[in-house]
Ligand binder design. Structure first.
Ligand SMILES: [Zn+2]
Length: 358
């Protein structure tokens, strides 16, 4: 639990919806805000993956559940293990990689993608997740900003300055994890999460192609001295920041849909809160979190549901909000001429979306 986050922000937060009536009202407010907004930002933390059958690392579905590993997730999430205990480091990380490859993105991602493709509003994705699920669901890679890297890319386990043979433009600093084959699970002890035999890691796929040292996932671990921020990630972040600054500059209405942003490392929650705070009136943070959906007292709607269920309900509310109102009744047609004329006046053309970031 991040005490710094709570100390500085919690006093300004209000509880999210509690009763079913409050949830319905929250969803309606969210739907109306989406229909009226200028841009959408989809943010997600580990809780978003739970509906896909992925671990949330610290909760009841954590990677540690039913294991014999006597350390916390934070202790495990450290790049020092690739040097001190490679069989454990790769046992844990391969187990995660295999899960991310095997599990499909759930219907909540498809709902977000539908909104992205049909509402005609510019959008971006910002996630702390390393599972690659947004891309698996069909989101273009260039619109998905990751703050912790991802499991589907590899890098050398030592600092780039110590890895010999790096190209001058550093284009080969990070490479695809596709070189690592499926099916190695059987070589990992499910209790200790260690590769049982050290030679498993002698395969070329686990080696840096330049210096021959052990490769590792291009993930920013909790403790990490060697994480490489790859060039494409820098470009994505630049594009994302420029997109956001433009929205802030013109005080546009931004709606942030946040799913599964936890409190342990509240990066996702902070991103959404700051973004709606710095954008214009009518901006709204929609927070789906079954465990803690407190939100800032202004510009926030908290819904105590997981991503998949919450997004399905919000989609239903949104479709209702987007449905044209029924034709005027006979009695309303008999209203004074000026009002009837106003009712027939066509709606303004939809706002042309500004270009998405590169
Ligand atoms: Zn190397």
């Amino acid at each position: 639990m991040s005490t710094v986050y709570l100390e500085h922000r919690d006093a300004h937060h209000v509880p999210g919806a509690g009763s079913s009536d409050e949830i319905e009202a929250g969803l309606q407010r969210a739907a109306e805000a989406i229909a009226a907004c200028d841009a959408l930002l989809f943010t997600a933390g580990a809780g978003m993956g739970v509906d896909s059958g992925l671990p949330d690392f610290r909760g009841t579905t954590g990677l540690w559940k039913d294991r014999d590993v006597a350390m916390t997730y934070e202790d495990m999430s450290d790049d020092k293990w690739f040097t001190e205990d490679p069989a454990f480091a790769w046992g844990v990380n391969y187990t995660q990689l295999a899960m991310y490859r095997k599990n499909a993105s759930h219907a909540g991602y498809a709902t977000l993608l539908k909104w992205a493709n049909t509402l005609g509003k510019p959008y971006c994705v910002w996630t702390s997740n390393i599972d690659g699920m947004f891309q698996k669901a069909g989101f273009p890679n260039e619109l998905v900003t990751t703050c912790h890297g991802d499991m589907h890319h590899l890098q050398c386990s030592v600092d780039s300055r110590k890895c010999k043979g790096l190209a001058e433009d550093r284009s080969d600093e990070v490479w695809s994890a596709e070189v690592i084959p499926d099916g190695l699970d059987e070589e990992i002890d499910p209790g200790s999460l260690r590769f049982i035999d050290a030679p498993s890691l002698d395969r070329p796929c686990f080696k840096c192609p330049r210096c021959g040292r052990l490769a590792r996932p291009n993930v920013w671990f909790c403790g990490d001295m060697n994480y490489v921020v790859r060039q494409s990630t820098c470009k994505q972040r630049d594009g994302y920041n420029k997109w956001l600054w433009d929205l802030q500059g013109r005080q546009a209405k931004l709606v942030v849909i946040e799913c599964g942003g936890g409190l342990a490392i509240p990066s996702v929650r902070i991103e959404g809160e700051d973004d709606v705070d710095s954008c214009g009136d009518g901006s709204l943070l929609v927070r789906f979190n079954p465990n803690d959906c407190k939100v800032p007292s202004s510009k926030g709607v908290g819904i105590p549901l997981g991503g998949m269920r919450g997004l399905a309900l919000l989609d239903a509310a949104l479709q209702k909000a987007l449905t044209p109102k029924r034709s005027p009744t006979r009695s309303s047609l008999a209203a004074p001429k000026s009002k009837a004329a106003a009712a027939r006046k066509p709606s303004p053309a939809p706002r042309k979306p500004s270009p998405a970031p590169p």
